[in-house]
Every structure is written in C-alpha cells, then in structure tokens.
Design a binder for this molecule. Sequence first.
Ligand code: DQA
Length: 145
Amino acid sequence: MKILALNGPNLNLLGTREPEIYGYETLADIEAEMKATLPEIEIEFRQTNSEAELITWIGETRGLYDGIIINPAALTHTSLGLYDALKAVADEVPAVEVHLSNTHTREEIRHKSITAPACVGQIMGFKGFGYTLALRALAHSLKSS
Ligand code: DQA
C-alpha cells in the first residue's frame, strides 16, 4: 500500500508555530511517527505553501498511490480548486483529511471545511497523533473497500 501524505501552507513551521494550538512536534517528527507505527505502508510525505502545487500533486496520484492523507491547512477553508482535485481522483485514490487542532473550537471561519466533502473521512484535534490515526483509518477503509 502506497500513501501520499500532503501538508499545506505554514505546516513547515510546526514545532514553533503556536505550539499551544498545534503542538510541539515538527512535521519531520510526525512523518517519523507515521512511518514507525505502520512500517508496512509506504508513505511519501510532502509539504508546500503553494495551492497550485498541492492541486498538481493530487492530480498526479492516479495509478501511483492507493490513498491520500491531507492537511490542507488554511486552504481547507478557501480552496474550491483543492476540493475539485480531490474529487477528480477520489474514485481511485481516496483521501482522509487531518487537522492538528479541533477547528470547531476555534474562530468561526475555521468551522467550515470546503475540502472535507471530497474525502472519505476527517480526523481532528489530536495534534500530530492525528496523522497516524488518519493513516490507520485510510488503510482500514482501503482494505474493506
Ligand atoms: C489546521 C487548521 C487550519 O484552520 C489552519 O489554517 C492550519 C492548520 C490544523 O491542522 O489544525 O494551518 O489545518
């Protein structure tokens, strides 16, 4: 099983970025935790601050990956293009959306996810550990489909 894990804007700053909200783990720590927990799953882990790059990467997944884990960060609340990209490959490459924080407890603008309806499910509020939960959930969903 091969999974593409995608991270959107400002997630490169994890570890020092508002740690009371996002935790003290860096993105490298999260990647290492995912790979150590489920070593049988091949994970390609990427981050970009560019919406266009994320859309391009999602569009290239067909035939290469079994599923996507995505934290679209701020683009969650704004990007119809990202929603369309996830929808375009969803029949073959399903996605799970993950958020470090529980966005429902935060500013109202963060309550709506534009991208979540293009995903099989969403996990939020467990900081970096949520990525490993998302990976487990995606693997389970792929095995039972
Ligand atoms: C986030 C939540 C978003 O609202 C925010 O813009 C982020 C991170 C999270 O993981 O909690 O950058 O996606």
